[in-house]
Write a protein that binds this ligand. Structure first.
Ligand SMILES: Cc1cc2nc3c(=O)[nH]c(=O)nc-3n(C[C@H](O)[C@H](O)[C@H](O)COP(=O)(O)O)c2cc1C
Length: 327
């Protein structure tokens, strides 16, 4: 995730159990782009002990082919193309999710990349730009170009991040394609993860915001799969995680205000799992110093009550409130 899941963040996730595979922030690819040094570092100095997939975003075929060839000189488990980013600055240039308006162009890009990439080639997609029916046209294109794995965030670009997730579209991909399909979108607890695997038939899960909010989530999912009791962190354990996050992502050359600003990015996701009124996030958004930042955190987290860390903004259908965590 851009500006969030960088090398220090990966290192911290790995300490909490971590993912089986990590995906880099995307490399922006244009006619004169170079590999971003800090993203490349997460590949060359990968601290997780797990495989890394390098993600690219762009639409310029020669540039994508050139970048894919360069990336293959590094220890990557696969090269991935982003077909989902909903940021207007990206989609207006017909990259990321913007490409979903033009399946023929996707076909040409995938064809060229399939030829250029000798190892595994993967795609991360949404289910359409503003109409999910286009997904029916996209699936044969993924199949024809022999991609090795498809991750589906079950929303259109227009639905951004907060609508319900169309898990039925993920199920369709899993039952149609010969490659493995990974389900993505709103996976927030071990019970919910098991439910999503069951209803989609997906081969695995990708966690985004859930991992920021709850770094225990990877391990909780494993515990649930093994039939073990699922660990639930207390308020104080979450407080320690925030301290660790602060230490991990800070560096001596960054000013205190910028550091606090960076923490607010993570707290946008984390705070939603802490309390339902929005007061915590409101207070966090007002602070400018490290001392005030942690004072606000202590107000809400200096306790030993278990916190399921499920986002209070999620309007889940009743059937989605499954095993393990209830509030
Ligand atoms: C701040 C932010 C940055 C993101 N950056 C990327 C990215 O670089 N590449 C990508 O494939 N998805 C990116 N995503 C999308 C997530 O990977 C994921 O598809 C989406 O958030 C839904 O999954 P979740 O509910 O588990 O977060 C980003 C999402 C957010 C909120």
């Amino acid at each position: 995730m851009q500006d969030v899941t960088d090398l220090p963040f990966w290192r911290l996730m790995a300490e909490y159990g971590g993912a089986d595979v990590y995906v880099t922030e995307y490399f922006r690819v244009t006619a004169d782009s170079r590999l971003d040094k800090w993203i490349l570092q997460s590949i060359t100095q990968n601290p997780t002990g797990r495989p890394v997939i390098a993600q690219m975003i762009g639409n310029d075929i020669p540039a994508l082919v050139r970048t894919a060839r360069e990336l293959q000189h590094h220890p990557v488990a696969a090269i991935d193309l982003n077909l989902g980013c909903p940021a207007p600055v990206v989609y207006r240039k017909c990259a990321g999710g913007g490409l979903l308006r033009d399946p023929e162009r996707i076909d040409r890009i995938l064809g060229a990349l399939r030829t250029a990439i000798s190892g595994p080639f993967t795609v991360k997609t949404r289910i359409g730009f503003d109409d999910p029916r286009i997904f029916d046209q996209l699936l044969p294109i993924f199949e024809k170009n022999r991609i090795d794995l498809l991750t589906v965030h079950g929303r259109t670009v227009a639905e951004r991040y907060t609508s319900e997730v169309h898990y039925d579209a993920i199920a369709l991909a899993a039952s149609t394609l010969s490659c493995p399909v990974i389900a993505n979108g709103n996976i927030h607890s071990a019970g919910h993860a098991a439910h999503i695997l069951a209803i989609t038939g997906a081969h695995g899960l990708m966690l985004g915001r859930g991992a920021i909010r709850n770094p225990w989530l990877f391990e909780q999912i494993r515990q649930h799969q093994r039939g073990l009791p699922v660990t639930c962190p207390t308020g104080r354990a979450v407080l320690r995680y925030i301290h660790r996050l602060y230490e991990s992502v800070s560096s001596p050359d960054v000013r205190e205000t910028s550091q606090v600003q960076k923490m607010k990015k993570y707290m946008n996701f984390l705070a939603l799992g802490v309390e339902p009124t929005g007061r915590f996030l409101h207070e966090i958004r007002r602070v400018t110093t490290t001392a005030d930042f942690f004072a606000a955190c202590r107000t809400f987290l200096d306790h030993d009550t278990p916190l399921p860390l499920i986002p209070y903004d999620l309007q889940l259908p009743k059937s989605d409130h499954l095993a393990g965590h209830h509030r």
